[in-house]
Design a binder for this molecule. Structure first.
Ligand code: ADP
Ligand code: MG
Length: 364
């Protein structure tokens, strides 16, 4: 067999367990042809919005194997199926949310994840190294051991030793420092931060799943940050960690003055703990609890669907607002054009856009 066929076999093997569509198979094949990866393996994770596959890249000279992870966004996301039904017959969405558009949206998420990872990775925050992007397929460094076992999620971390409590406390403090660095250095709020989107290994926390992360000037970034703080606090409290009040963390993360590097970050947090210890009595503790409730009791988005409230955002765009939306350009073809001739976005247009995005995405 010539090389092309052998490569095709490899791509086929990867897809035998999970049904991947033709486009995704072609992309995997391209990645193999270009040597980005050598083999694609089975799924590490199958989720609602994406599957993550293991992969290996062999060094041409030494033959040394390097593990990779490939995140494949699903082009038929449930969220959009629902939307499709909801908007059928609505003239403003003439031609909208067809398969082509669905693909565009998913491509956008992959792109966002890639860019956000680049920022986080270059800031030196532990996370997968972003390696390549092609449409809705993202290749990144593998967080796991040589045998291909991924590091556990923080939720499943099995801490060992007789100082487990201190280890949890240290991880909590580490994470708060990371959140501040993400905010101040990367200019990002994770927006889906929890024990499910953090991997743990050897005392270190790795940030993953950043497609929905937003910049501080996103209209909802502070709500997302508040949600992240709540999730993190809830988890570490369950682990017995003495957590800081949400509002204090919020200030710690968002105040521009102050350190963004360890060990100064940790020292700043230690100071926060001291201040609080000085002030602790029952009355103050009760007030703190109320304050936390008030602080939390505002709109908290639950899903990616709410992060991108497509309908509401299209409405805004129709009113001439919302140019700050990260995906305002993408939504442009959902907006009623004054003449309203409903120019469809056909397959060929979709393809040409795909190709133009390719060069830029394979750098780094
Ligand atoms: P989802 O959108 O499905 O939540 P995630 O990015 O959170 O996708 O990834 C899902 C799971 O895949 C993670 O919990 C983790 O177990 C695994 N995973 C993701 N990225 C990597 C990686 N770079 N290395 C190892 N495992 C990974
Ligand atoms: Mg996740």
């Amino acid at each position: 067999k010539h090389d092309g066929e052998r490569d095709k076999d490899k791509a086929d093997r990867a897809t035998s367990e999970q049904v991947l569509d033709q486009r995704t198979r072609m992309i995997l094949l391209q990645l193999i042809n270009r040597g980005v990866v050598s083999e694609v393996h089975g799924a590490i994770s199958t989720g609602k919005e994406a599957n993550v596959y293991g992969a290996v890249s062999y060094d041409e000279e030494t033959g040394a194997a390097t593990q990779r992870a490939i995140k494949v966004y699903k082009t038929a996301i449930l969220v959009f199926k629902d939307r499709e039904r909801y908007i059928t017959g609505e003239h403003r969405f003439k031609g909208g949310f067809d398969k082509g558009n669905n693909r565009k949206m998913v491509k956008l998420w992959a792109e966002k994840e890639y860019r956000n990872l680049r920022r986080i990775y270059s800031a030196g925050i532990p996370c997968p190294e972003p390696l390549a992007l092609k449409l809705h397929v993202l290749v990144m460094g593998f967080l796991g051991d040589k045998k291909g076992w991924a590091y556990p999620r923080l939720r499943d971390a099995n801490l060992q030793g007789d100082d487990v409590d201190q280890q949890w406390q240290a991880l909590y403090v580490q994470l708060l420092g990371t959140m501040r660095r993400m905010y101040q250095v990367c200019k990002l709020v994770h927006a889906d931060l929890s024990e499910y989107n953090i991997l743990y290994h050897a005392g270190k926390l790795y940030i993953i799943d950043v497609s929905q992360s937003v910049e501080p000037d996103h209209p909802r970034s502070l709500e997302f940050l508040r949600m992240d703080i709540k999730n993190v606090g809830d988890f570490f409290r369950r682990k017995g960690v003495d957590t800081l009040p949400d509002r204090a963390i919020f200030n710690f993360i968002t105040v521009p003055e102050g350190p963004v590097e360890e060990p100064a970050l940790g020292e700043a947090l230690a100071k926060l703990y001291e201040t609080r210890r000085d002030a602790t009595n029952d009355e103050e503790a009760a007030a703190e609890e109320v304050d936390t409730e008030v602080f939390r009791n505002q709109y908290i988005p639950q899903t990616l669907e709410q992060v991108y409230d497509v309908e509401k955002d299209v409405k805004r765009l129709n009113l001439g607002e919302g140019n700050d939306l990260v995906y305002s350009k993408l939504l442009a073809d959902q907006v009623v054009a004054p003449k309203g001739d409903g120019e469809g976005d056909d397959e060929s247009e979709d393809e040409s856009e795909d190709e133009s995005g390719e060069g830029a995405s394979l750098d780094g």
